[in-house]
Design a protein around this ligand. Structure first.
Ligand code: 13P
Length: 338
């Protein structure tokens, strides 16, 4: 792979319907996922699990990048091969999550700002030397009584823009992730409003900082009903409103929009992406950067047992393939019957 600059890297990751495997769960989050299958979250178990994912056949042709946690970027497979080299062998690029989590904001109850700018430049230099080609920073926006506040949106989007500039200065593609959470009883229209305000603020800060949009990827939430809302919007409505919000607020020279799944079921996340690509009418690639929606069936099938490795890999391969088809607007529900 000869990629000469951030614009080529960003375009490569989302070329031909490919998307991103988000495997950057922090150790505590990985612990929660492993708890659900009764597996202890040790360094070795985390390594075995991720090695299994990265060796899956379906990585090839369907996955253009994998987001890693610090520990995984440094880890080797059981046979001594660096995990990041397994990813390259599958034709994908290794990336790294660089934010350091959430901190409460003064006078904004229930709201947080993502931190991690201190020492970021030094960390980025080390990650580049280890071969990371792109980075991720996640901001979290909560819909609730009187939230999100402008203060919360502004603080988070400013930090995202600062981070993106640092990443590009170090020749890495920044993935900017302003996640409006699905948690709550809110309507799809409230999600639209919060997503619109976040995107407007984000792109205004990115422009102020002089971030090169052609060397950036956006990882947004879809515009959906709250998880606990009585009325759930249909697939068509989610697709229509998400596209409307993105087309109005995202510059057309951005190379790719790679959605997070945010707690949607695996098949629904695929169906939404496919519905949007069937509608069309936008200039960016519209693809995926799913964590749970790519991994959940594989995690369940694995259960921490060696004898389940092949069926687990088959599950990941299937979801990767289905999501590539959805990125091309070529998925059909019947393809899920296997
Ligand atoms: P989910 O797809 O599970 O939301 O994870 C994506 C991610 O990277 C969140 O930061």
């Amino acid at each position: 792979m000869s990629l000469n600059n951030i614009e080529e890297i960003a375009a490569f990751i989302v070329a031909d319907g490919k998307g991103i495997l988000a495997a950057d769960e922090s150790n505590p989050t990985c612990g929660k996922r492993f708890d659900s299958i009764g597996v202890e979250s040790t360094e070795e178990n985390r390594r075995d699990y991720r090695e299994m994912l990265f060796r899956s056949k379906g990585m090839k042709e369907n996955i253009g990048g994998v987001i890693l946690f610090d520990e995984t970027l440094r880890q080797s497979a059981a046979d001594g091969t660096l995990l990041r080299d397994l990813i390259l062998d599958q034709g994908a690029l290794p990336g790294i999550k660089v934010d350091k989590g959430l901190q409460p904001i003064d006078d904004c109850p229930g709201e947080t700002v993502t931190v991690g700018l201190d020492g970021l430049d030094e960390r980025l230099k080390e990650y580049v030397a280890m071969g990371a080609k792109f980075t991720k920073w996640r901001a979290v926006i909560n819909i609730g009584d009187g939230t999100p506040t402008d203060k919360c949106i502004d603080a988070n989007m400013q930090a995202l823009a600062d981070y993106a500039k640092h990443a590009q200065n170090n020749r890495m593609v920044p993935i900017v992730e302003p996640e409006v959470l699905m948690d709550g009883e809110h309507s799809i229209d409230e999600c639209y409003e919060a997503t619109k305000r976040s995107l407007k603020s984000l792109f205004s800060h990115l422009e102020d900082k002089g971030v090169n949009i052609k060397g950036t990827l956006l990882k947004p939430n879809m515009v959906t009903s709250g998880k606990s809302a009585d009325v759930q919007a249909s697939i068509e409505e989610v697709a229509k409103k998400t596209l409307e919000c993105l087309i109005a607020n995202v510059p057309s020279d951005l190379p790719g929009v790679t959605f997070l799944s945010g707690g949607q079921s695996d098949v629904l996340a695929t169906a939404h992406l496919d519905a949007m690509n069937k509608i069309g009418g936008f200039s960016w690639k519209l693809s995926f950067s799913y964590g749970r929606a790519l991994q959940a069936p594989a995690l369940k099938a694995w259960g921490g047992k060696k004898e389940n490795v092949f069926i687990s890999q088959d599950e990941l391969s299937h979801r990767a393939e289905m999501n590539k088809l959805a990125s091309l607007g070529q998925w059909e529900e019947e393809l899920e019957d296997r």
